[in-house]
Write a protein that binds this ligand. Structure first.
Ligand code: SAH
Length: 292
């Protein structure tokens, strides 16, 4: 991320109106920003501190901000649908993306998740990201460079991950997937991950979750498999009107996480379900015997 706390020529900034609506623009000396019939010269914005209040040509006031990652991913040019900030937040902690981690990602999409991951692994980490579509890979790289500048910790490769992961067998600390058929990547992820490494995938529908979890179980070397979704409900806090907002994003995707471990502690889940069922039945029948 740019180190400047002042708005600089060439930087991507957001102007925010009274209704908290955000407008993204790239500062270029000599250019003019227009907003509902009013204007402001970029030269007036360049050099201002992050968070400054500025006045447009007919008196409208706006805030000039260096956007947060959560703000700019919603405003950047998209090829593929980006992951919402609420899910980016969950993914980085649930996949335990730590500074220095070596991480594999697919697909790159618009690069929103890639940026969150790059930030989390930091300057000593590494991210390898596969994207099947050349045009998406290009848009993603543009977005990433626009916000993070040139990054030496990222390698984006145009490649179909269903065919395999070429780089470093058993050396990745984390594998993070946002693509339609993550179960097809599970065998490759198993090979790419080190022991103790974490797998995470993000899918929008229940059948996709089922196939993913089945594949993880079938691989037999994944444990602590967990699936969840994240509902973020914002609140309106105005005087006595303190209540949840009327609207929210009701659904985005399901996150499944799993850990590559030495097999043996758990049998196959199908076998365990039967075993558990039998144990429960035994307990039930013992209870009824006690009662009689
Ligand atoms: N997480 C991204 C969005 C990813 S959208 C973001 O936050 O911006 C899913 C992406 O996966 C699409 O760009 C799609 O082209 C890519 N994809 C789908 N199948 C793939 C495959 N087999 N290998 C690599 N990329 C794939």
């Amino acid at each position: 991320m740019s180190s400047g706390r002042f708005l600089q020529n060439g930087q991507r900034i957001h102007l925010v109106d009274k209704k908290s609506r955000q407008y993204a623009l790239t500062l270029k000396a000599g250019e003019t920003f227009q907003y509902s019939g009013e204007t402001i010269q970029h030269d007036e914005l360049i050099g201002k501190a992050d968070g400054s209040l500025v006045t447009l040509s007919r008196g409208k006031r706006m805030l000039a901000l260096l956007p947060t990652l959560g703000e700019y991913v919603l405003k950047m040019p998209r090829g593929a649908q980006v992951i919402y900030p609420k899910d980016l937040a969950m993914i980085t902690i649930w996949a335990d993306v730590y500074p220095g981690a070596r991480l594999f990602e697919a697909g790159t999409g618009s690069g929103a998740l890639t940026m969150a991951l790059l930030r989390a692994v930091g300057p000593s980490g590494a991210v390898v990201s596969y994207e099947a579509r050349e045009d998406f890979a290009r848009t993603a790289m543009k977005n990433i460079e626009r916000y993070l500048g040139p990054v030496s910790t990222l390698a984006v490769k145009k490649k179909d991950v269903y065919e395999g992961i070429d780089e470093g067998d058993g050396t990745f600390d984390r594998v993070v997937l946002d693509l339609p058929e993550p179960w097809r990547v599970v065998p490759h992820a198993l090979r790419a991950l080190r022991s103790g490494g974490l797998y995470l995938s993000y899918v929008p529908t229940v059948p996709q979750v089922m196939q993913t979890v089945e594949a993880l179980e079938r691989a037999a070397q994944f444990g602590l498999i967990e699936t969840f979704e994240t509902l973020l409900r914002t609140w309106n806090i105005q005087g006595r009107s303190v209540r949840p907002d009327h609207r929210m994003v009701a659904h985005s995707g399901f996150i499944t996480v799993a850990r590559k471990v030495e097999p043996g502690l758990w049998g196959s889940r199908a076998a365990e379900a039967t075993q558990d069922g039998q144990e429960e039945e035994r307990e039930e029948s013992m209870k009824s015997e006690d009662e009689s």
